[in-house]
Design a protein around this ligand. Structure first.
Ligand SMILES: [Zn+2]
Length: 315
């Protein structure tokens, strides 16, 4: 009898040690189905942005979490049917399903993020969706249009209705809105969106699977937030005159100043690596001005272009 108890205890121990959850990441559309298309000729179609955000998200999960298996419904420009996406998730006995999309509307003013669930009565899915929208507003600085279910859409979404697990469909923003389209086309925007979904995913799985340890020892949260809370110390130029610049962003990893996100400033952008203990080592400055008045005028223009956290610094 003792042996049996010992064996059962061993089994329980093994289960706790090796318990693993599976997440299926589904980049919407693909192949002959481009999804929504924006009005700019040089902008990517929805299917391309979905794939990039999905890849960043999967990458963060692999890098920062353990005991999570990631499966993608597509990794290239192919079109698995909706049935095939559902079948893959169900047959892999996945615990979570995240479909990544971008929205479109005939009204170019409409913008913001949405996360869909099949029904708000599915509490695990609703909790996950709420966590995603919370991250979008609190850390990514996006406008949230909220969590929606089939009653809001007045039809059900196949990948949410027929998947047997906690399932969400994320609309990362409207590529028919010029400012949001530029953001979604930039590496900067894609990384912020993906890291917001990542943090929401981590919060969700930790609260829904309390017996599993998900964080790797180096559990620093990845990458970007929109806020520029890293400030630089004032230094005088050799001539003793202050130059004013506008700090528009900060990041953990170096992003090219040619990135689409920075282009819409209409100003020359420089990147500086700070000697700081903050994880946000890289700051980005737009323009260079001789007077504070000029800098303030440029700051107002930048804010009207969506750089809400921009601030004036001297150098
Ligand atoms: Zn879509």
């Amino acid at each position: 009898m003792k042996t049996i108890y010992a064996f059962l205890a061993f089994l329980l121990f093994q289960t706790a040690l090796y318990a693993q959850i599976t997440v299926v990441i589904d980049p919407g559309h693909g192949g002959n189905d481009p999804g929504h298309c924006g009005s700019h000729a040089d902008h990517a179609t929805e299917k391309e942005i979905n794939l990039k955000v999905a890849n960043y998200l999967g990458g963060y999960i692999e890098k920062y979490l353990q005991n999570v298996k990631v499966i993608y419904t597509r990794t290239g420009d192919t079109y698995p049917t909706l049935d095939e996406r559902v079948d893959l998730a169900n047959s892999s006995r996945a615990d979570y399903f995240i479909s990544i999309h971008c929205n479109g509307n005939h009204n170019a003013n409409v913008h913001g993020t949405e996360t869909h669930v099949h029904s708000l009565s599915l509490s695990k899915s609703a909790q996950f969706a709420t966590n995603i929208e919370t991250e979008f507003t609190s850390r990514a600085g996006r406008k949230s249009r909220g969590v929606k279910d089939e009653r809001d859409l007045q039809h059900s979404l196949q990948v949410l209705k027929y998947t047997n697990m906690t399932s969400v469909l994320v609309e990362c923003g409207f590529i028919t809105n010029s400012s949001e389209a530029a953001y979604l086309n930039s590496t900067y925007g894609q990384e912020i969106i993906a890291s917001a979904i990542f943090r929401a995913f981590r919060t969700t799985i930790e609260s829904q699977n309390p017996t599993i340890a998900f964080r790797k020892t180096d559990n620093t949260a990845p990458v970007l937030t929109a806020s520029t809370n890293t400030t630089t110390t004032d230094t005088k130029t050799e001539a003793g005159a202050n130059q004013f610049k506008i700090q528009i962003a900060s990041s953990k990893s170096a992003i090219s100043t040619d990135d689409y996100y920075f282009k819409k400033t209409g100003l020359s952008v420089e990147r500086k690596e700070l000697n700081t203990s903050s994880a946000y080592k890289y700051v980005y400055y737009a323009g260079s001005f001789n007077s504070k008045d000029e800098a303030e005028e440029a700051l107002n223009t930048l804010k009207s272009k969506g750089f809400n956290d921009a601030l004036i610094v001297t150098s």
